[in-house]
Design a protein around this ligand. Structure first.
Ligand SMILES: [Zn+2]
Length: 272
């Protein structure tokens, strides 16, 4: 069997699902947390080999499932895993996530800074991090932060309105800095060891992109979003432009919120 399992620490293992792609990098990471009792963070897509691998590694020790958010590559596996083991799913559903994602039954709604006990004494703290998705949570365990799609390694997170929101995303990045984090364990890609430097770099990258939007609007407004994408993302492979368009819309919405831009239903302009 081709199981893609990595030991992260004494009590964390990572199993990567075989769903690699443009949005998912090498595939969705499922984490198994604990020893005698295991908590599964993000069971991933509903791929039978992946669920079987989780069950094999967890062999009788899995007691609960946590999901970071309800996107297709993170949560559908929770349904079958929960059914097969008769264990609860922890996570959050919001009105706008419900409009967008497949229905999933959450047994325990987490809130910002809920304490979830993994095994004997270890606790997992939930941190509400809207931005990529309104119902997105990160989970903190012994200095390890499970970031789902809030922070990925090796690719830029897509912010797709209306459920995705750029201002919320930037606030949620800053929020992480209030917590003691030693290592980021992303939903896609490898561990990140300098979490605060990484967060500063992501914020800087986003604000730089936003400045580029402003400069391009200055030169070319009024302009529609399809004409703006190649100008703002001229440093990005054109094949990725349809995806970049989502994040561009999120930047434009943020500029409108901050009274820096306007939209007439077709074209965007800079406020002079
Ligand atoms: Zn996602």
């Amino acid at each position: 069997m081709d199981m893609r399992i990595t030991r992260i620490s004494e009590n964390i293992q990572r199993l990567t699902a075989n769903n690699g792609g443009v949005f998912t990098g090498p595939g969705t990471n499922t984490y198994l947390v604990g020893n005698d009792e295991l908590t599964i963070i993000d069971p991933g897509p509903n791929l039978s080999e992946h669920i079987d691998d989780i069950l094999e590694i967890g062999s009788g020790r899995i007691t609960k499932i946590l999901i970071t958010h309800t996107h297709q590559d993170h949560s559908p596996g929770a349904k079958s895993l929960s059914k097969r083991l008769n264990i609860p799913i922890y996570g959050c559903i919001t009105e706008s996530s419900q409009l967008r994602d497949l229905p999933i039954k959450i047994d325990h709604m987490v809130e910002h800074q809920s304490f979830i006990f993994s095994s004997d004494h270890d606790e997992i703290v939930s941190i509400h991090t809207p931005g990529h998705a309104s119902n997105h949570f990160c989970y903190l365990f012994n200095g390890y932060l499970f970031t789902g799609d809030h922070i990925m390694q090796g690719s830029t997170v897509v912010i797709a309105p209306p459920d995705g929101n750029m201002s919320d995303y930037l606030d949620s990045l800053k929020l992480i800095k209030d917590f003691h984090v030693e290592t980021i364990l992303p939903g896609h890609g490898d561990p990140i060891d300098e979490p605060y430097d990484e967060i500063d770099a992501i914020i800087e990258h986003r604000l730089k992109r936003e400045m580029k939007v402003i400069h391009q609007l200055e030169d070319c407004h009024p302009i529609d979003i399809d004409s703006l994408v190649p100008k703002v993302y001229d440093d990005v492979n054109a094949l990725l432009h349809p995806i970049a368009k989502f994040s561009l819309e999120a930047h434009l919405i943020r500029l409108i919120e901050n009274n820096l831009a306007t939209f007439d239903g077709q074209k965007y302009s800079l406020v002079e």
